[in-house]
Design a protein around this ligand. Structure first.
Ligand code: MG
Length: 377
């Protein structure tokens, strides 16, 4: 595959670029670009470190070999950098957005997110991990004497909100500065697909390791994987199945990344896109898989939904996550005086349900389990 340049529609990120604007003006750094600084701020944030203690799909009960939300995040950043580099996009921006993309996730993976959302809905509110991530980087992180939050550039804050879904101005007037009627830059658009590639391949890997998925079953149901596995069986008839599996999975990941690069380039060329302004006005997102790869990706994901994400062993953990989050949420609704005292002013301003959700969302799996055990005493 030829490397292809889309530099004409990438985020420039130089001193004249309005996308490097920060809420609080800061002098430029002598040798780090605005997005390199943002990347470093994210890496040094407390919320980033907590990702190490949060479930991606498998809790630590299974094995320490499995992905946590932190190692998943690093895998997404690796893929996003590769894609951004191959397309000549702004690699520092793409890397920063990948590193921050899951920072708003509560403990216990998607089960935790759904449980928290269910509690908030009873009070007419919702939990949304992108919006929570924005609250973390603009408000909860406190590391600077002159302002709250990390004071990230506009491009990074916009990407946090818009990388995976569209928000509408009528429902979110508070997000007006993030240009909700426009597409995000391609650097933000690739994050969602880099995320898809990372978790699709990682969940197959961890699912096999956990012995919830079987190699035979995988070969019968996921053609995107099987194609590489069968080819390797023919070329390496004496290799151990485990090595063939790893090699095939690596090739599947590579095929997805290649396809994302080529299909995105093709869509930009076909769409008469000549600038970032064109990207923003485009009718549809420009970062895509080809239709053929999209169909095979979808097929693989459906397989994981049917055989992994709702497997009995994992569902038992989902029920436990739901029980803890509901139990603690209700407990603090009835006993807000038991929350850390720093939350008092926030409760007056935003109400107890939102503050309790923020508090729970920030917890690691371990910490919320400790809180739960203490509440049972
Ligand atoms: Mg993710």
């Amino acid at each position: 595959m030829q490397a292809t340049s889309l530099s004409f529609c990438s985020v420039v990120g130089n001193a004249a670029d309005p996308l490097i604007a920060r809420e609080h003006a800061e002098p430029p750094h002598p040798y780090r670009s605005a997005f390199q600084r943002d990347r470093d701020r994210v890496i040094h944030a407390r919320a980033f470190r907590r990702l190490a203690g949060k479930t991606q799909v498998f809790t630590h009960r299974y094995s320490d070999h499995f992905r946590s939300r932190l190692t998943h995040t690093i895998e997404v950043a690796q893929i996003a950098r590769t894609v951004a580099n191959a397309l000549d996009l702004n690699e520092d921006l793409a890397e920063t957005l990948a590193l921050v993309h899951d920072i708003g996730h509560p403990p216990f993976g998607h089960a935790g997110e759904q449980a928290l959302d269910r509690q908030l809905q009873r009070h007419g509110l919702r939990f949304d991990h992108n919006l929570h991530a924005l609250r973390i980087v603009t408000h909860f992180e406190q590391r600077y004497v002159d302002f709250r939050g990390l004071n990230l550039t506009l491009a990074v804050r916009e990407g946090i909100i818009k990388h995976s879904r569209d928000y509408f101005a009528a429902q979110h007037p508070e997000l007006a500065e993030y240009l909700l009627d426009q597409r995000p830059p391609i650097e933000a658009q690739i994050i969602d697909l880099a995320d898809e590639i990372a978790y699709l391949t990682a969940d197959i890997d961890d699912g096999i390791e956990a012995e919830i998925l079987s190699l035979d079953d995988l070969c019968q149901n996921v053609p995107l994987f099987t194609e590489f596995y069968r080819r390797l069986q023919r070329s390496h008839p004496d290799a151990a199945p485990k090595l063939l599996f790893h090699e095939a999975l690596k090739r599947m990941l590579n095929a997805l990344v290649n396809d994302l690069i080529v299909a995105t380039h093709r869509r930009v060329s076909a769409g008469n896109i000549h600038s970032l302004a064109d990207v923003r006005q485009a009718k549809e997102r420009l970062a895509v898989f080809s239709p053929n790869m999209e169909a095979r990706r979808h097929e693989a994901k459906q397989y994981l939904y049917a055989h992994l994400y709702h497997a009995e062993d994992l569902e038992n953990e989902h029920v436990l996550a739901d029980t803890m989050i509901e139990g603690l949420f209700q407990y603090w609704m009835h006993h807000p005086e038991q929350l850390p005292t720093s939350h008092e002013t926030q409760i007056a301003a935003e109400g107890a349900p939102r503050v309790i959700a923020d508090y729970i969302a920030g917890m690691t799996d371990n910490y919320i389990s400790e809180q739960w055990n203490r509440a049972q005493e």
